[in-house]
Write a protein that binds this ligand. Structure first.
Ligand code: HEM
Length: 358
């Protein structure tokens, strides 16, 4: 029989005994999941104060090691020794919705698949999106200016959907298609956050999965047409991109990457923009300073202007996501015993011999 270390990493058994690490699991089954959904920063600050930068916790149905220190974040994200699987980390909570997306690919597979995004995120493509976005935003701002009040969250969600259906996937029969894909997309996003994960009619999760299935079919059905078109949206770039072997990416992979990209981009930017607006509403001085800065901008904003200048709005955005990260966790699964201590100081909480899988 193969020893544990000879098994493919996806099949190695989990080490669930973290009792040697300080921390607390919380309630049976749910652990600290509800606390995390309610107030992630508060929960993590509590763990940091009580247990230091390394602690054990139970969230999303998994017993985890919580690493709360920039050095650890760097080490895990750089992962030079290939100790951590992104795919297995996210699969534990989002396998169905993220299926085939970039975070569901590790190592060499990730390298090959991120090639699908090569031309879609290069400056020439970004310049096209920037001018499209500016046109859509201008229209939305004019609409808001004509209203007595604006419910920012609802409006920004609508605006970002409009942007998605132009920049991510432009369709020429927008009258009949956009409402359907829009509904499928909204169902998918709500379903992805559903607490009861049952693909059975009546549950948000099921509606979400139905939305995902619809979107995937929609994208797959459009691939040939996009390849033949001169469209410059992200989907068209994905369809036309070729692998190192000079072949198009597989249709199913293209559709999965599109679904993931839309999921990854929408709620995150909605949440960050809403929080930024919230802070600006509470700070008249900052509002005045930013308004003065924006008044100096050219009417036709360019991609280079927005991204290559240190403007105040970008600083507000960065500070907002520092204070309220829309994704509060990087989920990873350790895939092998790590013989090295993280560092001499914090390593006292970290007993490598207990991670031995062999
Ligand atoms: C404020 C907005 C955003 C935040 C806070 C955010 C956050 C994140 C985080 C934390 C990850 C890493 C997950 C991990 O490695 O465990 C991620 C990955 C990703 N995000 Fe975003 N994101 C945002 C906007 C976007 C947008 C607008 C797009 C697309 C246009 C996007 C596309 C992606 C993709 C493709 C990945 C996978 C990258 C990879 O695995 O190499 N994100 N995002």
């Amino acid at each position: 029989m193969a020893s544990v270390s000879e098994l493919p990493y996806e099949e190695r058994p989990a080490n669930r005994d973290l009792s040697h690490i300080r921390g607390e699991y919380g309630w049976p089954f749910v652990g600290k999941t509800l606390d995390m959904l309610r107030d992630p920063q508060g929960l993590f600050a509590h763990f940091y104060e009580q247990y230091g930068p390394v602690s054990r916790i139970s969230i999303t149905g998994n017993k985890c090691v919580l690493l709360l220190h920039p050095d650890y974040a760097q080490r895990v994200l750089m992962d030079r020794e290939k100790n951590f699987s992104t795919k297995m980390g996210w699969a534990s909570v989002m396998a169905d919705f993220f299926q085939g997306g970039l975070v569901m690919r590790d190592y060499e597979e990730h390298r090959i698949h991120r090639g699908i995004m090569t031309s879609s995120f290069k400056p020439p493509a970004m310049r096209v999106y920037a001018s499209q976005i500016q046109r859509i935003v201008d229209k939305a701002v004019q609409r808001w200016a004509a209203q007595d009040s604006v419910l920012f969250y609802d409006e920004i969600k609508r605006l970002l959907l409009d942007i998605a259906f132009d920049v991510f996937c432009w369709v020429d029969d927008s009258e009949s298609t956009v409402p359907k894909i829009s509904k499928a997309f909204v169902d998918m996003m709500e379903g992805a956050l559903g607490i009861v994960r049952l693909d059975v009619p009546g549950f948000d999760y099921h509606r979400g999965m139905e939305g995902r299935r619809y979107l995937k079919q929609f994208f797959m059905g459009m691939i040939e047409k996009k390849r033949a078109s001169s469209d410059e949206d992200i989907f068209a770039h994905f369809c036309k991109e070729k692998t190192e072997l000079g072949e198009y990416y597989d249709d199913e992979d293209i559709a999965d990457h599109m679904v993931f990209l839309m999921l990854a981009a929408h709620d995150t930017t909605t949440s960050a923009s809403t929080m930024a607006a919230y802070y600006l509403c509470h700070d008249d001085n900052l509002q005045t300073a930013l308004a003065a800065e924006v008044a100096e901008w050219p009417d036709e904003l360019s991609f280079d202007h927005v991204f290559h200048s240190t403007n105040g709005l970008i600083c507000v955005f960065y500070e907002t996501i520092r204070l309220h990260p829309p994704v509060p966790l990087f989920l990873r699964r350790t895939i092998r015993a790590n013989p090295k201590r993280i560092n001499a100081d914090h390593g006292r909480f970290w007993h490598p011999e207990r991670y031995s899988l062999g």
